[in-house]
Design a protein around this ligand. Structure first.
Ligand SMILES: Nc1nc2c(ncn2[C@@H]2O[C@H](COP(=O)(O)OP(=O)(O)O)[C@@H](O)[C@H]2O)c(=O)[nH]1
Ligand SMILES: [Mg+2]
Length: 478
């Protein structure tokens, strides 16, 4: 069993596993099997109390990694279910504690009753993420990997899953630890230099440290840049479809959702003023928002609606500024383009009504001028012309210099991004100190701070508060 962990900063986190926790690990509902998971020092004893094997097993403790068939029974001897019992003794288990799992029939009531029995036999109900938290506290996963567990669970598209699996495989953690090692070496060198200042008097002592700090800083900046892609792969690219009435916004949404492109969320996130659907666009989750009613009123009293639509536009990663290619621009189109061009893809719809299915030169030139060189795609929501090109444009927003493929999107969490930014700020401070020609040992404080900020990513230097925040986001039973 793990004791309390204490790190250099003196922050201690309570050891996992004084008690034994239990939860339903499968979704509630009808299914092939339902799993009740139990972890902690009492797991085996609890299994002994509620589980009657159908055949007498080997004497002594149950064998690890063997399934046993039997029945789950109440204290009074009533049979609740026929089940398989899996025993995974610590430390070779998910939490590194003794773990048992009951594989029951997958009905909501039967699984619930098995859990109740396990709780009466001495376990306590697990909090969300508590199994993974124990895995972290017992050193099986670091904090970045623990976060990746939930990213894997939540992934709904191929690229999202690939990025999450990189995190679970420890790629981010490895990179971060390597940077921490370099910081440690730099600190050690400075401290050695401080102890023996006369020895090094002739060599320019500030040069190498400054170079190393700049190098570290750019490695961190690269990781931060990958957060752009990482966050999109976790939360979806938010694409807001905007334009005046009748240009074909709703038709465009439907065309983009057409067969072959799976809708990720079966229930559309409908709000009063917009419809949102998440679709799988070549492996990338894209949240398409049709701002029904966006500026569809000329009534100034309805300014609330306008404010809302402004909010939608602000929150968008990309705005599809839809115009009617056959009608050309009016004042409202021009206003919209002026407002959103920076993150816009201009979509000239109704190409099927255009001669030769292309924009008249003068219209094309005006759009070019208004949209400051942003991409213009000519489409038809009716015939499907131009939709593939539009998708290409959308995907261009996903990958960046920091990450050109899902595997490179190592940073997907805001928490990690914040820690990286704090490490960069500390290095900047160190660089300022060095640039001012102040003694190197003054920069050591900042280097230590950068080191500690990086340690928060893997959880080596982390407060209980951050831990609670990370695991509160988990599902029960994970
Ligand atoms: N010919 C043609 N008509 C279209 C196209 N897209 C939409 N429409 C028509 O334009 C009208 C308005 O479309 P709608 O999607 O409701 O526009 P919204 O008000 O911007 O959501 C409807 O009658 C659509 O059938 C298109 O690409 N070509
Ligand atoms: Mg509409």
């Amino acid at each position: 069993m793990a004791g309390a962990r204490t790190d250099d900063s003196g922050i201690s986190t309570p050891g996992a596993g004084e008690d034994t926790i239990a939860a339903i690990a499968t979704p509630l509902g009808e299914g092939g099997i339902g799993v009740v998971r139990v972890s902690g020092p009492g797991a085996l004893a609890i299994a002994g109390r509620v589980f009657r094997p159908s055949r007498p097993g080997p004497k002594g403790p149950a064998q690890s990694f063997r399934l046993r068939h039997g029945r789950v029974v109440t204290a009074g001897g009533e049979v609740i279910d026929e089940a398989l019992l899996a025993v995974m003794r610590g430390p070779r288990s998910y939490t590194r504690e003794d773990v048992v799992e009951f594989q029951c029939h997958g009905g909501p009531l039967v699984v619930r009753r098995v859990l109740d029995e396990v709780l009466s036999a001495g376990a306590r109900l697990a909090r969300p993420g508590e199994f993974t938290k124990r895995a972290f506290l017992n050193g099986r996963l670091d904090l970045a990997e623990a976060e990746a567990v939930m990213a894997v669970v939540r992934a709904r598209t191929e690229a999202s899953l690939r990025a999450a699996m990189e995190g679970l495989g420890g790629r981010l953690s490895t990179r971060v630890r390597a940077l921490q090692d370099r910081l440690e070496r730099a600190i050690a060198q400075v401290e050695a230099g401080v102890d023996f200042p006369e020895d090094e008097i002739d060599e320019s002592p500030f040069g190498p440290l400054r170079g190393e700090c700049e190098d570290l800083r750019s490695s961190l900046a690269e990781l931060i840049a990958s957060a752009h892609t990482g966050k999109i792969l976790r939360h979806g690219l938010k694409v807001v479809i905007a334009g005046r009435p009748n240009v074909g916004k709703s038709s465009l949404l439907n065309a983009l959702l057409r067969e072959g492109r799976a809708i990720v969320t079966p229930v559309p996130g409908t709000t009063r003023d917009a419809i949102e659907e998440t679709l799988d666009l070549r492996g990338v989750p894209v949240r398409l928002v049709d701002t029904a009613g966006l500026r569809e009123t000329t009534d100034p009293v309805e300014s609330l609606g306008v404010e809302r639509s402004e909010e939608w536009l602000r929150s968008a990663d990309v705005v599809l500024a839809v115009i009617d290619g056959a009608e050309g621009l009016n004042e409202r189109d021009r206003q919209l383009l002026a407002e959103v061009w920076e993150k816009a893809v201009v979509v000239a719809n109704k190409a099927d009504l255009l001669e030769g299915a292309r924009l008249p030169d003068r219209l094309g030139e005006e759009i070019e001028r208004l949209a400051g060189g942003r991409p213009v795609v000519v489409v038809s929501a009716v015939t499907g012309q131009g939709l593939v090109a539009l998708e290409d444009e959308l995907l261009r927003f996903v990958y960046s210099d920091g990450a050109e493929a899902p595997e490179e999107a190592l940073v997907g969490s805001v928490r990690v991004e914040e820690s990286l930014r704090r490490a960069v700020a500390a290095l900047d401070q160190a660089l300022t100190t060095l640039a001012q020609g102040l003694p190197e040992d003054l920069a050591v404080v900042d280097l230590r701070e950068a080191w500690a900020a990086l340690g928060e990513i893997t959880g080596d230097t982390v407060s209980e508060e951050i831990l609670d925040r990370v695991f509160a986001d988990f599902c029960v039973g994970k």
